[in-house]
Design a protein around this ligand. Structure first.
Ligand SMILES: *Cc1c(COP(=O)(O)O)cnc(C)c1O
Length: 360
């Protein structure tokens, strides 16, 4: 085989940040799809809508191998499952965890079962789980019910849970904070992200703190988490029995990493608030139109939060603000089509017909 030096320059997040991964078993085979190394995209037009006067960068996690940030944690969870000789990997999922688990399990040669809330999974995510070959089980219940069942199954021998209750998921996900600091050469002043099961806000805070302790950055960001108003247990201070929101990825009533989220917010002097589905949908359309970034509705929760905070004048002039865009818009085509009912005009194939159509 011909050797090409340029091939696979980026090895995936575990190899790249191996020095920060002391949990990886000696000699373990790394299960990777070369996740991570995602772009940090400037978004000046959106920043202007949020009052302006600060620099906004979007961590576009949609370009991970299965189109969400979940791949960062899944490379870790699947590497560990393989090293432990797991017979079956399982997860509860609002969609993206199952897509990622299915892909990485296939690559590792492990049997994978995903437990999904019946009827509430975005179309693209279902298509992914099917294509990657996971065994899909739909529960008559919500995500929280699915996670409860998974926790119980996880005590059986040979069964490995790859939800973010698995601590190495958080280890993999903290690399997104490292990448942001590596690109900026410092930490942001504010970091915004959506909060569902709260694994990611826990992971980012761990990543920023580790870099700070190791002298890689000299200051820490304020962590700003956003839940959907119908699924805002942390904001309201109690579990929500029947969480509801169009942002299915954060439709969670009893977050597993609840304490991680509240710790991140209090230690960083940040905040956690809720935004309505109306605000989410407005930001969802705005980011596509102003910045060319098609994201899934959950990503629009922190964007809606930024619009609110910026307009309230709570972002000091000259700040650097980063927002995690957690998953791709193509995962949820139904919401996109519902948002925009404008159909293409059908005309004859000649210049005059097109010009007439454009004149309207
Ligand atoms: C999983 C997920 C979230 C929520 O992340 P948590 O770690 O559960 O808080 C947000 N957006 C997308 C697209 C997700 O897949």
């Amino acid at each position: 085989m011909m050797h090409r030096k340029t091939l696979s320059a980026w090895p995936g997040v575990l190899e790249h940040y191996r020095a920060h991964m002391n949990w990886i078993p000696e000699g373990a085979k790394i299960v990777t799809l070369q996740e991570g190394n995602t772009p940090l995209i400037p978004a000046p037009r959106f920043a202007e809508q949020a009052g302006g006067g600060f620099d906004l960068f979007l961590k576009y996690e949609a370009v991970n191998p299965t189109a969400s940030f979940k791949d960062r944690g899944m490379t870790a969870a699947m590497t560990q499952a393989l090293a432990r000789g797991a017979k079956l990997v399982i997860c509860a999922s609002t969609g993206n965890t199952s897509a990622s688990a299915a892909a990485y399990a296939g690559r590792a040669g492990l049997r994978c079962a995903v437990l999904l809330p019946h009827g509430k999974i975005a179309l693209g995510k279902l298509a992914q789980a099917r294509m990657y070959g996971a065994e899909m089980i739909a529960l008559r219940g919500n995500f929280d019910d699915a996670l409860r069942v998974v926790r119980e199954l996880g005590t059986r021998p040979g069964v490995e849970v790859v939800n973010s209750i698995n601590p190495v998921r958080i280890e993999g996900q903290k690399t997104a904070a490292f990448e942001i600091c590596d690109i900026l050469g410092r930490a942001p002043d504010f970091h915004f992200l959506p909060v569902g099961n709260a694994g990611n806000i826990t992971a980012y805070w761990r990543g920023f703190k580790e870099y700070h302790q190791q002298g890689m950055i000299s200051a820490l960001p304020h962590m700003c988490g956003f839940q959907a108003a119908g699924a805002a247990p942390i904001v309201e201070g109690h579990p929500i029995a029947d969480p509801q929101t169009i942002a299915t990825a954060i439709r969670i009533g009893n977050p597993a990493s609840w304490e991680g989220a509240t710790t991140a917010v209090s230690e960083s002097h940040g905040l956690i608030e809720s935004v309505t589905d109306t605000e989410i949908l407005a930001a969802y359309s705005m980011i596509a139109r102003l910045e060319g970034l098609f994201v899934e509705p959950a990503c629009a929760a922190p964007l809606a939060g930024l619009l609110r905070k910026g307009r309230q004048g709570l972002i000091p002039k000259g700040s650097i603000v980063t927002v995690t865009l957690t998953g791709h818009g193509l995962k949820d085509p139904d919401t996109a089509m519902d948002q925009n009912k404008v159909e293409a005009q059908v005309v004859e194939p000649n210049v005059d017909a097109v010009l007439t159509a454009l004149a309207d």
